[in-house]
Design a protein around this ligand. Structure first.
Ligand SMILES: Cc1cc2nc3c(=O)[nH]c(=O)nc-3n(C[C@H](O)[C@H](O)[C@H](O)COP(=O)(O)OP(=O)(O)OC[C@H]3O[C@@H](n4cnc5c(N)ncnc54)[C@H](O)[C@@H]3O)c2cc1C
Ligand code: SF4
Length: 570
């Protein structure tokens, strides 16, 4: 007669478990299954199948009840998420509503989340710059965080590896602050953007305006066609999900690729409660999961566990994974779990007008824009703040359409918009400094709808950020003035931390277990079969967008983990 208990354990045992199916979890799953490991991906949200579960992607503006806008009631019910530029009637189904997943704002923090298969990979703006040697060396040079245990050379081959598969459009610009990658053809400039780039190149040796690098397929390669993805059509409605797979998402790329191996089990509606630590074995043996539909607690087991729940949720899962060996959270021997959280500072912006090129305009759309890599404090400390900022830049001609008249007159007006002058604008992307006082912790009283402690977030700007905002405004005003732009206006929208959606840290990498949680392979120093490869692992934040680095670190860590399994070290 069968032994039912043993059978049950067998059915819930895998070689590897991945927590979260977003950008980093998708990569962990692809790599693990690709190397032959039976892998369970646990995703707290619902399933979202590529193409079939993008309900708004083929809709025209007039097919939306509110023409894409959100009614006042929805905005009032969602004061946090409504601040996100991408949250509207066409994309609201991919955002976590405020009431669904409460958290405690010890200090104001706008936590923007996507809980579904694919996570925020369905929503992101797809900017993908490599981090440079300056970023990985930064903390050691100016002592603002612990030293990274890796350098650019450690991760460069993994950037190449993920870029080729994901499909990144960009130009090889030869800049030390922004290493070149494996690029598909870059997007085009318009004449005013090109003009500004040329003016900046003429006036400044160390400042550059380049075309942004982004995860769009501008020229499909065989590996993209094998994924079932096609050339981007420049519809610029990406946050609805792209049926062409024109941009990189877990749903279009890594998850279906993992599924093709036959080694993937994807379990949506599975809220990970905690990781199970076995004291006798001295390692993690599995995870506790609450089924979001039945609310039943269940357990799954595996030899290695990849935590990819997105930075702050990864902190939450680890903090909630207590045992007598780890009473303060898994791997938290030094008490630093949840601390040194940092983010990006997108508070400042600048706008202006240009009255040249009035005989030119633009045609069509472009899911990308030019980018100004960091130029402050690169080779020497030249300001009274640490680190620096990058910036976005774009130019467009203002078009006004008269709705006067009726019948043929109205049609004539609608078909012939009048063109105004050129509008130019930029926004800042500043690096914030990881500090012990910027932390997340579990609230001792308040629980979420699954009975899991709510996350208490205590993260704020500091004097360094304020000085950086001022410097961005001054330097960009100088550059805009030099280029002959007029009517220049700077702003500081004083947005709360979090709205930039690049939260990082809490489980940082480092060389020394006394001052860090993870080693150079993203492995918990104190629990070697648990790996963290999302934003939680980041030691510092750079000025560049972070997700490409999460992809590269995930692929690198899986490669290491599987080699360690082969050597019987895990
Ligand atoms: C509007 C917008 C624009 C952005 N633009 C850019 C950009 O241009 N460039 C860039 O680099 N980044 C950008 N980002 C950020 C980017 O989306 C994130 O950095 C990236 O998705 C993080 O990947 P991740 O795997 O850590 O998390 P996610 O992609 O968020 O995936 C995490 C997954 O884990 C699941 N999960 C969480 N907790 C649990 C649990 N307890 N149990 C089971 N599952 C769980 C979640 O439901 C989610 O599916 C943007 C984000 C948004 C929303
Ligand atoms: S711009 Fe490209 S990636 Fe975005 S929705 Fe259109 S085709 Fe898809």
């Amino acid at each position: 007669m069968a032994n039912f208990a043993i059978d049950a354990v067998k059915e819930t045992t895998y070689d590897a478990i991945v927590i979260g199916s977003g950008i980093s979890g998708g990569w962990s799953a692809k790599e693990l299954t690709g190397k032959g490991l039976r892998t369970l991906v646990l995703e707290r949200g619902r399933d979202v199948k590529h193409v079939t579960d993008y309900p708004t992607t083929m809709k025209n503006p007039w097919e939306f009840e509110h023409r894409g806008q959100l009614p006042l009631k929805v905005r009032e019910e969602n004061p946090i998420i409504s601040k996100c530029y991408a949250f509207n009637e066409t994309s609201e189904h991919f955002f976590v509503k405020d009431a669904e997943q409460p958290y405690v704002q010890e200090k104001p923090f706008d936590w923007i989340r996507g809980y579904q298969v694919g996570g925020k990979s369905l929503l992101w703006a797809r900017q993908t710059q490599r981090w440079s040697e300056f970023d990985f060396e930064g903390p050691a040079r100016d002592s603002f965080a612990v030293d990274w245990p890796i350098r650019y050379a450690d991760i460069a081959p993994w950037y190449s590896y993920v870029e080729k598969f994901a499909g990144i459009a960009g130009n090889k610009d030869g800049l030390p602050t922004l290493p070149d990658g494996e690029f598909l053809p870059p997007h085009d400039w318009n004449c005013v953007e090109k003009y500004f780039s040329q003016q900046v190149a003429k006036q400044y040796k160390d400042r550059h305006v380049i075309m942004g690098r982004c995860a769009h397929i501008t020229k499909p390669q065989p590996v993209h066609l094998q994924q079932g993805r096609a050339q981007c059509q420049h519809r610029t409605i990406c946050e609805r999900g792209c049926p062409f797979g024109g941009y990189f998402s877990s749903n279009a790329s890594t998850l279906p690729w993992a599924a093709k191996t036959g080694k993937l089990t994807l379990r949506p509606n599975s809220v990970v409660h905690s990781i199970i630590y076995d004291e006798k074995k001295g390692k993690a043996t599995g995870v506790r999961v609450i089924d979001a539909t039945t609310k039943q607690m269940m357990e799954f087991y595996a030899r290695i566990i990849f935590v990819n729940a997105a930075a702050l949720n990864t902190n939450l899962v680890l903090l909630n994974s207590t045992s007598s060996r780890f009473p303060n959270g898994l791997g938290n021997d030094n008490g630093l779990l949840g601390k040194y959280v940092a983010f990006h500072n997108y508070r400042a912006g600048i706008s202006g007008e240009y009255d040249g090129f009035l005989d030119s305009t633009t045609d069509g759309r472009r899911p990308n824009s030019p980018y100004i890599p960091r130029f402050r404090n690169v080779y020497k400390q030249e300001t009274d703040f640490l680190r620096g900022y990058a910036a976005g830049f774009s130019a467009g001609r203002i078009s006004r359409t008269s709705q006067d008249g009726i019948g043929a007159d109205l049609k004539e007006n609608l078909f012939n918009p009048s063109l105004g002058g050129w509008h130019v604008g930029s926004h800042m992307m500043g690096e914030t400094i990881p500090k012990e006082s910027n932390y997340v912790a579990l609230d001792s009283n308040q629980k979420d709808p699954f009975g899991i402690p709510q996350l208490r977030i205590s993260v704020a700007y500091d004097d360094n950020d304020d000085k950086m905002v001022k410097d961005y405004q001054e330097q960009m005003t100088e550059m805009f003035t030099m280029a002959g732009f007029k009517n220049i206006k700077v702003r500081d929208d004083k947005r709360n931390p979090g709205l930039d959606i690049h939260e990082m840290g809490g489980v940082r990498m480092g060389k020394d277990p006394k001052t860090s949680l993870l080693n150079k392979w993203n492995q918990l120093h104190a629990c070697k079969n648990v790996f963290v490869t999302d934003g939680a692992c980041m030691t510092s934040t750079s000025t560049q967008n972070p997700s490409l680095t999460y992809m590269a670190l995930s692929a690198r860590a899986v490669d290491y983990a599987v080699k360690e399994i082969t050597k019987k070290n895990l």
